[in-house]
Design a protein around this ligand. Structure first.
Ligand code: PMP
Length: 352
């Protein structure tokens, strides 16, 4: 391998076991299947058309998304998951360097290193919130996961607006992977500022993590730049069936809204139960909770839960190694998670 990649540390995705025996609360997928309308769209006829390449401009789905959000098709970019779009944003817009928090989506640092981009990695405050002042007038491309992962905290739109206004010559990328679980979107900022790029995914609220589909909303200029990178790497990166699934899912908005409402309810239930057990949990506007217990380490919780068939995520990183990140699943899954935790804590207490 080329020497320039010697120091590249690749992104480590959450475990994806193939035996499916776990209650899987580790990679923030939806516990619900896609809408029935999605399976109706993947017909034999469409499967038989797979000898043909997909539309590289993804016009049909872009048009539909543009109508929903009140933009033109040329404001919408479609990618193979939002990771694809974030990667392109690092490639296209980071001539002056990038800036993002020390605790955020781990892929930002990987992309920066992959493309040899100098990154300002800015510590979150002690309470894990972002200080918008750190990014005002920074003169670099800013990447903010909003709500942030793995903390679950959100910055108000007004704070993102101040960051955008003070960095007019740089793109401000707002990664809204988790926006459908109670947060307020920055999409309206795109109407006011040419430098705001909102990135969304179908992997969480729209139950299509396995389909790999993401989209962004940004100025026509930014969108054309992303398209240029796409056409210079892999024009057919989003496959035919995924495009159909993504398009069909937009016909069933209520189904997804109801699923998000269920997840928000299950999140409330889980947070309350965690509080009762003495966990310290960050208030979350996402489909996960970031939580720690004063008596048991994050690693031990992760290991013990796994031994008992429940997968959560643990990050072996300085400021957050006491925590586990728990995806919110169905009510039954969260009840099982809570009762397993209770059992772990009881045993821990007895052994002391
Ligand atoms: N952004 C954030 C903040 C995420 O947590 C994730 C999921 N790992 C992604 C982007 C990527 O999602 P996908 O590529 O599945 O759209």
């Amino acid at each position: 391998m080329d020497e320039k990649y010697t120091f590249l540390e690749e992104y480590v995705p959450g475990e994806q076991p193939t035996d499916m025996q776990y209650i899987k609360l580790n990679t923030n997928e939806s516990p619900f299947p896609p809408s029935p309308i999605v399976s109706q769209a993947i017909t034999k006829r469409e499967i038989d058309r797979m000898q043909l390449y997909p539309d590289p401009e993804c016009r049909a789905i872009s048009r539909r998304l543009a109508d929903i959000y009140g933009f033109d098709r040329e404001n919408i970019f479609i990618g193979n998951g939002s990771d694809d779009i974030l990667n392109f944003a690092f490639m296209a817009f980071c001539q002056n360097g990038a800036a993002f928090p020390d605790i955020t989506y781990g892929f930002y640092e990987v992309f920066a290193k992959l493309h040899g981009i100098k990154a300002d990695i800015i510590p979150l405050k002690d309470d894990f919130s972002i200080d918008p002042a750190d990014y005002e007038g920074i003169g670099k491309t800013v990447f903010i996961a909003n709500p942030n992962a793995p903390t679950g905290l959100i910055l108000p739109v007004e704070d993102i607006e101040r960051i955008a206004v003070s960095n007019q010559d740089n793109v401000v990328v707002v990664d809204e992977a988790y926006i459908d679980f109670g947060g307020k979107s920055c999409v309206d900022l795109v109407r006011k500022y040419d430098n705001v790029l909102v990135v969304r995914t179908y992997s969480k609220s729209r139950s299509l993590a396995g389909g790999r589909l993401g989209f962004s909303i940004g100025s026509k200029e930014i969108t054309a730049d992303l398209m240029k990178i796409k056409f210079s790497t892999n024009p057919y990166s989003v496959n035919r069936l995924t495009l159909l699934a993504g398009e069909a899912s937009l016909l069933d908005q209520n189904y997804y809204k109801e699923n998000c409402a269920k997840i928000i309810m299950n999140r409330r239930f889980t947070k309350r139960e965690l509080d009762k057990m003495g966990f310290e949990t960050i208030p979350s506007l996402t489909n996960f909770l970031f939580t720690k217990h004063p008596a048991v380490s994050g690693e031990a919780l992760y290991e013990k839960l796994k031994e008992n068939g429940i997968l959560v995520r643990h990050f072996n990183k300085d400021r957050i190694k006491d925590y586990i990140r728990v995806t919110i699943g169905t009510y039954e899954q969260m009840k099982a998670f809570v009762s397993e935790l209770r059992y772990i804590l009881e045993r821990e207490e007895k052994s002391r």
